[in-house]
Design a protein around this ligand. Structure first.
Ligand SMILES: [Zn+2]
Ligand SMILES: [Zn+2]
Length: 379
């Protein structure tokens, strides 16, 4: 069967043939891949030549955002049946540390995990895939058309979960006991800045707006960009940072008023560090974007440490997600769709067939938000 990914020692993206995978264990499931989403990780792996192919293999299938349909199940599979729409988590635990042994491989303590389509394991840019039942999450029928966004939304769910758990230290963030960070109405009386209006930034904005957080989004795209249109559609405010230095952006952001939350989803390292200056007393800053390459900047270290200590500030990194975040994502996806009618569909700006993978990876379009590879069309 056709597969698309990286080939050892050869830069760029390539097509190759793989044998049809087979169910070999009772808990395994054969899934027919329908759609695969591409994201910054995929493009960066190629751009920076980050090949992480398993030993003994010459290729690795790329693609870690997927939706598919169960084709067949092993004899021990209980929760899934042929015909079910499904998506799969990305990381497979190290099998050694306590978080991994307890379904929390996103917090792996050894770093010996693997990841489908990223780190040693084949991804989903192919026709069929076999996986253990525990890593497969059932998609409600009404969400199949958006479910390729489950993985990126799960990343954002984890980031916001971190905010809510950590900030539960602060039950009196406002005067209303019903607005505490672990309550249903946690977002009321809160203000957030989302950095980056790519898929993760937009999905973060969707979750924050769903919770009624007063949300600002910043990016370097012009006001008439589809990204800005989507942010405004969710009643978020846009800050065009294109002609601003990080210092000017900081001044502008600080002028918005108390930023309880900063959600970094751009991976623009200099801006990400500069925006620490916008944190106020007891605020929290979550970083999810991963910068590539090196960037050395000057920072006033004394001011930074002084501020973080004196203002009880929290700076937290958040990577990957586990099954619980996929389930949260699927619960919220329906709410996002009904609340911001049409928003998720509008994120799919480009579609390609699997055979046209080269065009998909070479795409350069300022209107681009999310590329979906249609491995097999929905009927
Ligand atoms: Zn581990
Ligand atoms: Zn309140």
């Amino acid at each position: 069967m056709l597969a698309v990914g990286m080939a050892r020692g050869k830069p760029g993206v390539h097509a190759f043939e793989l044998p049809m995978p087979e169910i070999k264990q009772p808990d395994e499931v054969l899934v027919r891949v329908k759609e695969v989403g591409l994201d910054g990780t995929d493009f960066n792996m190629l751009r920076y030549g980050l090949q992480d192919i398993a030993e003994g293999r010459n290729e690795m299938v790329m693609g870690h955002e997927m939706v598919g349909v169960v084709e067949a199940t092993g004899s021990g599979v209980k929760s899934l049946s042929p015909g079910d729409s499904v998506t799969m988590t990305v990381r497979r635990g190290c099998g050694q540390c306590q978080p991994c042994l307890h379904n929390q491989s996103d917090m792996c303590m050894t770093g010996l995990y693997t990841e489908r389509g990223i780190h040693k394991l084949d991804g989903f840019l192919t026709r069929f895939s076999v996986e253990q039942e525990q890593y497969i999450v059932k998609v409600p029928p009404q969400l199949v058309k958006f479910a390729v966004l489950t993985e990126p939304l799960s990343i954002v769910e984890k980031g916001i979960e971190q905010i809510r758990i950590i900030q539960s230290r602060l039950p009196w963030a406002c005067a209303h006991p019903e607005h505490t960070f672990l309550s249903e109405n946690w977002g009321m009386c809160k203000r957030a800045l989302v950095v980056g209006a790519g898929p993760l930034g937009l999905l973060a904005t969707a979750l924050l707006r769903l919770a009624e957080v007063n949300t600002y989004v910043t990016d370097i795209v012009p006001e008439d960009s589809p990204k800005v249109h989507l942010a405004k559609h969710m009643a978020a405010n846009y800050i065009d940072a294109s002609s601003k230095t990080p210092k000017e952006l900081v001044e502008l952001s600080c002028a918005l008023g108390n930023l309880d939350i900063i959600f970094e989803a751009s991976g623009a390292a200099a801006t990400a560090v500069a925006l620490i200056n916008c944190m106020v007393r007891s605020s929290i800053y979550v970083m999810t974007g991963i910068p590539r390459g090196d960037l050395v900047i000057q920072v006033d270290a004394a001011q930074l440490v002084r501020q973080m200590v004196r203002f009880n500030q929290v700076l937290v990194g958040s990577v990957n997600s586990n099954r619980s975040h996929f389930e949260m994502a699927l619960r919220d996806m329906g709410k996002i769709d009904s609340r911001f009618n049409g928003m998720l569909k509008e994120m799919f700006t480009h579609r390609f067939r699997l055979e046209d993978y080269k065009q998909a990876f070479a795409l350069s379009d300022p209107k681009h938000i999310k590329t979906v590879i249609e491995v097999e069309p929905w009927n």
